[in-house]
Design a protein around this ligand. Structure first.
Ligand SMILES: CC(C)(COP(=O)(O)OP(=O)(O)OC[C@H]1O[C@@H](n2cnc3c(N)ncnc32)[C@H](O)[C@@H]1OP(=O)(O)O)[C@@H](O)C(=O)NCCC(=O)NCCS
Length: 190
């Protein structure tokens, strides 16, 4: 089976009980800045919290251009409270799979919303979409060893441990060890 050359959000909107998942827009700048500038949020994902609105603007422009990062918009308030990206994977890839057949999921949620089960639901609808509406064969998701919160999301969403990795997180001046997990199409429907 051929892989998916590019995943693009465009007009796609996915829903969970409390969130709309949709493409980022320029109007999301202030909301993105609120959580991206909170110390201790991005650091769990390997990037430094933003120190200026200009920095957030550059990231937002990148999200909009690449068109592969969902804005997590809280239904009740209309605010964007996080992001969930579906990224092209770096090598190494799981055995037998080509780059076009695999994507890596990454996510961040504003601190006041942690621990309410929002991200497992968001990951769940994205995984379901990718396996039912595209021909992707597998998804990866990773966390740094210290990030128990992300490990719990990954476990709740049915991913299984694949391998360890080491990452040079230059923005925060640390070499970080982590674990990558795999969810194959076969396991998802099995
Ligand atoms: C990882 C993250 C997206 C989890 O999303 P979430 O919607 O809070 O997920 P859950 O509600 O399922 O909570 C996951 C775990 O976090 C723990 N948790 C909740 N609130 C917490 C808090 N304030 N501090 C520490 N841990 C907390 C819970 O114990 C939960 O585990 P449990 O279900 O076994 O009790 C969120 O914590 C986050 O954005 N973290 C910072 C960025 C990040 O780590 N991104 C991932 C990089 S790999």
């Amino acid at each position: 089976m051929t892989g998916m050359e590019k995943f693009e959000i465009n007009d796609l909107v996915l829903e969970t009980p409390r969130l709309h998942l949709r493409r980022f827009r320029q109007e999301d700048l202030a909301d993105l800045y609120v959580y991206a500038s909170t110390p201790g949020v991005g650091e769990m994902a390997g990037w430094k919290h933003h120190e200026s609105l200009e920095e957030t603007r550059r990231v937002l422009t990148d999200f909009i251009c690449k068109n592969e990062v969902f804005a997590l918009q809280e239904r009740e308030s209309g605010r964007v409270i996080g992001s969930l990206g579906v990224h092209v994977c770096q090598e190494p890839l799981p055995p037998g799979l080509s780059a076009g057949q695999v994507r890596e999921i990454g996510y961040v949620l504003a601190k006041p919303y942690w621990g309410q089960g929002l991200m497992p639901q968001a990951v769940g609808v994205v995984v379901d979409y990718l396996f039912t509406k595209t021909d992707l064969q597998a998804l990866l998701c990773g966390h740094f060893d210290f990030n128990r919160q992300s490990r719990r999301v990954i476990e709740k969403c049915g991913f299984v441990f694949w391998q360890t990795y080491r990452y040079d997180a230059r923005q925060i001046g640390k070499i970080l060890d982590g674990r990558v997990y795999l969810l194959t199409r076969q396991a998802y429907f099995g």
